[in-house]
Design a protein around this ligand. Structure first.
Ligand code: NAI
Ligand code: MG
Length: 485
């Protein structure tokens, strides 16, 4: 079993206590690595390095072109190692290898996008009156603390690092404790590519002992977080003490809405894909499936039939469509929701541990039908392959149920009637709305939620905004005294 050291100030390092914690393969439940168990002191070391790299040395001297080229090189390196990175990602988080390959490609694409955007950040000339010139400078906010989840480990690292580096920030990234390996792997590229020491720091550890001190640290100017709503709320409170900029992506309970006029086969595929891709461990999972009453019974039946084809298996098997959940804790959590669902609704498919697998955190793709939108399985984020199917009666009813949630990350609507589809698009309170599809995500388009799904937007030009300050510059062109006194 290998020990992977973390990466601070351009050096591989242990935690100052020389403490380690295990990393698992969720398909075998075996320990595959150990990584440093950091605490506030290690976080401080990383933040000091990032603050020093931000203030002096080569990084503040880099041009936007330089930073763009570094990001292109990082993308190239990731592409060159894509098969190995995909395998590592698949082993560590349990996702099917075919999906991990898409993730690694998207990771490289994200670095390429922000590499290209680095020298397209522009200020404005402001049309102030009088004899003056006013313009704005866009400057990096400083040290960015970035805390990411375990469902798309390397891709989430890219969503955070790429815009921050393009903007000229320096970063302290804390991967999820379950899935630190891919971020530690790419840390091995940074020095050779030419990132100065301290510009990117990868610190491993747990949320309370390493994440929380990063949020509280006075030298960190901005926190970017993706994870649970519970932790998001703690972060906002803690960040208040140092008035940090915060962006939060907190998942949801996204509605996937099917009208009777939708293409039936495409709809069934879309309902299953929306909630079962990546084992349902997706922040935008279409976990509430709203189906118009006239097709409801037939729809549930077809979903159940087709869900039997979902092949559970070893993550590295190319035929696998669903791997194990990421951890024992997530497995227990999803199993509890499966049991709860049996008391709240009608179990139509799955509902338990996958009997085919004696080891590993495998659960069955599970479909609950006739779910009341007030049931806990319709309100709480489960983050596993558990669907709640809810009937609705007409457009207004669909909108009412869809919006009756504290969350607002994503939604989808399926219909061939473009008038109706666009009426629904406008009525939905969600940051991302798909029509006749669910889940496609591109770096060019914004990502983030309404309501308690968080605030701020990642990706596209919106993503870099979150790492930029705006400095207003006023230049007096009038050489005379003001003449006020
Ligand atoms: P979590 O929100 O606790 O963990 C996400 C990240 O936050 C990890 O890096 C963790 O170390 C860090 N963290 C935890 N506590 C922290 C704290 N007090 N201060 C700073 N950082 C902290 O999520 P967890 O416990 O892994 O999963 C629980 C549930 O959260 C899931 O079942 C799911 O419903 C939701 N979740 C949502 C995600 C999303 O993408 N929206 C991703 C992961 C989990
Ligand atoms: Mg947690």
């Amino acid at each position: 079993m290998t020990r992977h050291r973390m990466y601070i100030n351009g050096q591989r390092t242990e935690s100052h206590r020389s403490a380690w914690f295990p990393v698992y393969d969720p398909s075998t439940e075996e320990i595959i690595a150990e990584v440093p168990d950091s605490d506030a002191s290690d976080i401080d070391r990383a933040v000091q390095a990032a603050a020093a790299a931000f203030a002096s040395g080569p990084w503040p001297q880099t041009t936007a072109q330089d930073r763009g080229r570094l990001l292109f090189k990082l993308a190239d390196r990731i592409r060159a190692h894509a098969p190995a990175l995909a395998e590592l990602e698949s082993r560590n988080c349990g996702k099917p290898i075919v999906e991990a390959e898409f993730d690694i490609n998207d990771t490289a694409t994200c670095f390429e996008y922000y590499g290209g955007l680095a020298n397209k950040v522009m200020g404005h000339v402001n049309p102030v009156p009088d004899n003056a010139l006013s313009f704005t400078l866009r400057e990096p906010v400083g040290v960015a603390g970035q805390i990411i989840p375990w469902n798309y480990p390397l891709l989430m690292a890219a969503w955070k690092l790429a815009p921050a580096l393009a903007a000229g920030c320096t970063c302290v990234l804390k991967p999820a404790e379950q899935t630190p390996l891919s971020a530690l792997e790419i840390a091995g590229y940074f020095e050779d590519i030419g990132f100065p020491p301290g510009v990117i720091n990868i610190v491993t550890g747990f949320g309370e002992t390493a994440g929380a001190p990063l949020v509280a640290h006075p030298a960190v100017s901005k926190i970017a977080f993706t994870g649970s709503a519970a932790v998001g709320k703690l972060i906002v409170k803690s960040a208040a003490d140092t008035v940090k900029r915060v962006t939060l992506e907190l998942g949801g309970k996204s509605p996937n809405i099917f009208f009777a006029d939708a293409d039936f086969e495409a709809a069934i595929d879309g309902a299953l894909f929306g909630v079962f891709i990546n084992q349902g461990e997706v922040c935008s999972a279409g976990s509430r499936i709203l189906v118009e009453k006239s097709i409801y019974s037939k729809f549930v039946e077809a979903m159940v039939e087709k869900s039997k084809r979902i092949r559970l298996g070893a993550p590295l098997d190319r035929e696998t469509k669903m791997g194990p959940l990421v951890s024992r804790a997530q497995y227990d959590r999803v199993r509890q929701y499966q049991e709860l669902g049996k008391t709240e609704a009608r179990l139509a498919a799955g509902g338990g541990r996958a009997a085919s697998h004696a080891r590993g955190y495998y659960v069955e793709p599970t479909i609950f039908a006739d779910v009341d939108n007030n049931a806990r399985i319709a309100r709480e984020e489960i983050f596993g392959p558990v669907a709640a199917v809810i009937p609705f009666d007409g457009e207004a009813d669909a909108i009412r149920i869809a919006n009756d949630t504290p969350y607002g990350l994503a939604a989808a609507v399926w219909s061939r009637d473009i008038f109706r589809a666009f009426r629904i698009v406008k009525a939905l309170r969600a940051g991302i709305v798909w029509v006749n599809h669910m889940q496609p995500t591109y770096v060019e388009a914004p990502w983030g939620g309404y309501k308690q799904s968080g605030f701020g937007r990642e990706l596209g030009p919106w993503g870099i905004e979150e790492y930029l300050e705006t400095k207003q510059v006023y230049i007096n062109l009038n050489e005379q005294p003001i003449g006020w006194y």
